[in-house]
Design a protein around this ligand. Sequence first.
Ligand code: FUC
Length: 768
Amino acid sequence: MKRLSNLFPIAIVISAFTALASPATDTGLVLWYTKPAEKWVEALPIGNGRMGGMIFGGVTNEHLQFNEDTLWTGKPHEYQHEGAVKYLPELRQLLWDGKQKQAEDLAMKEFMSVPLHQMAYQPFGDVYLSFPTHTNATGYRREVDLDSAMAKVSYKVDGVTFHREAFASYPGQAIVWRILADKPGQVSFSARLRSPHKMAKTSGGSANELALTGQVEEGGLKFEARLRLESKKGKVTVANDALTVEGADSATLLLVAATSFENYHAIGADPAGLCDKPMRAVASKSFDALLKEHVADHQNLFHRVTLDLGTTDAANLPTDQRLKNVAHAPDPQLAALYFQFGRYLLIASSRPGSQPANLQGVWNDQLRPPWDSKYTVNINTEMNYWPAETCNLSDCTTPLFNMLEDCSVSGARTAQAHYGARGWVLHHNTDLWRGTAPINASNHGIWVTGGAWLCHHLWEHYLFTGDKEFLQKRGYPLMKAAALFFVDYLVKDPRTGKLVSGPSNSPEEGGLVMGPTMDHQIIRDLFANTASAAELLGVDKDLAAKLNEMRGQIAPNQIGKYHQLQEWMEDVDNPKNDHRHCSHLWAVFPGSEITPRETPELCAAAKQSLIYRGDGGTGWSKAWKINFWARFLDGDHAHKMLVEALAGNTFPNLFDAHPPFQIDGNFGGSSGIAEMLLQSHEPDPDSKTGGHVLELLPALPSAWPKGSVHGLRARDGFELDLAWNDGKLSQVKVHSTLGNTCKLRLKDRLVAVPIKKGATVTLNGELK
Ligand code: FUC
């Protein structure tokens, strides 16, 4: 391949020190329906990171189901199994001797988390509104507008048009809900506040407020929510634990909620006090003022990226209808809507101060939710954060990194108790109490690279933002301690002399083994990133040298007899295995050890493995496959996976249908679309500072011949606008936040474009 390292011709327009302008509001950003939701997965989500709401939009009976992200079962607890380490050598020997069943049985007895299971995320409560006279409604519509982050319902009864508008405000830390009519004095309804928890009760607080108080279980978290009703004209009363308003012009409900959770080892907070503060603040402001600050806050994040993949008439139909048609009628706007919905959901479920997005983000209506709606870290939690950097929502990672800091403390105890190792380890799940020990069953719970995988996000955060202070204060200490664990833990395979991981598993199949391929890919990545970070920060020279040395001794990726990438040390892959997990392809995505250009043979084997796995799977599995095919530079196959995810694994409200609902597929879908349009993981061969190559439209499908995207982020501090026509790039704008030289692959040539910090460069003619 011919390389051009010289500077790009002068035709480049440099508009110094201007950020990319925010384009006009995109009106295609609405999910809308002609009927109220009957099921929870038809209701529409709003959220402010900490609180989530699902709005059903009923006419006579309206329902808002809500959550607060610190309401979980259980209480502070340490899960490690003291003394487990005694059995580690025996477990390894049994596995090397081919006695997998005995090893799993022994591990079940002596090596598992105490207790065996972690705790569950809980629903908080429900607000029910009753409009007894609202029958025979016409002109019904409900929607969620991603642009303003508002859910709306409108309809007409007896010549009066009613509107309801709800949003979850991050600045206000409250859910705000307004009910209005187009004629004066027409707003009359009653509101009730309920909870599915047995130990909960509602009482009238002040003249226009209800309070819901309760406790999840004896000794567990206490909680409180307040619902306040303000009206313009009309009369508000509290009676029979309901708020009633009669004859108002409009009414506004304010909902706040809190628990006694302080942090993962203390639950002494006062939920009443925690409700008072935001309630006082929001009650002192007008609806318009609350709305204004909410929209400004939301759009500050949401407007950073716009996407146009083309327009068809399909977009004129309600969203549920479009989903039904998508398999056989092209609907590029639905793909764009789905992409932006993922961004909307991340903003709504992960903000500084909140918990990270769990298996259901922040939305859950069940006391016993699927997989406890906790944090499964052998794919799901990571997938939640895949779009964070590429889709320009870097700020939403804060809760994830806070959780890692907690897990590095609890995980240090597990590292000691189970492995006698330094550093910290996180197995395949964690919860509000930051459990890190292996749970559920030894054949899949003993998997050691959850923390290491999450450390990949720390390094990527640095690569995208260039935030050295973050790397020094938060990222590197966590990465270093995670790497130290593996320095102590890796063991020489007596058969090959290579360093291997084990006992562990290739999530979640094949049972307990020594040396699953995925672990080695993740550990190599952790060692490489930690060594690079140490060098960059000018610290821990000896450790960096040790990590680099050990990295070369870890069992390598291997190609097996079916031309596949081996999932295990032994060549035992079954080409008929269509399991949803494709763990050994980690090095293709989200890792980057295997790429089409740098490691073509391994890449061909990885692709063969994916072909054997097939195109089926759960929501998240298909979402992962969008990202894989994008990394294999096959836009049409990536698009096929996207359409199959939309057609087969998406609920009417666009929530990912594993099934059941699990939010990871939404986030994986947004990430996959971004990977189709821009990639920046490949190292720049000419860079001495670890720079990367930007690949523009690397996997553009034939289904999107014309389009544009604004604001996608690339590693090394770049923000891009791309436009294309007839499947070819027509314009590129690169904005630099760090002042690094931008290396672009244009028509198979590498081109270096110097861009000053804060400047934007436009390429037009050079693209022809
Ligand atoms: C893993 C996956 C399941 C599900 C669960 C939460 O166990 O294999 O499909 O996503 O996590």
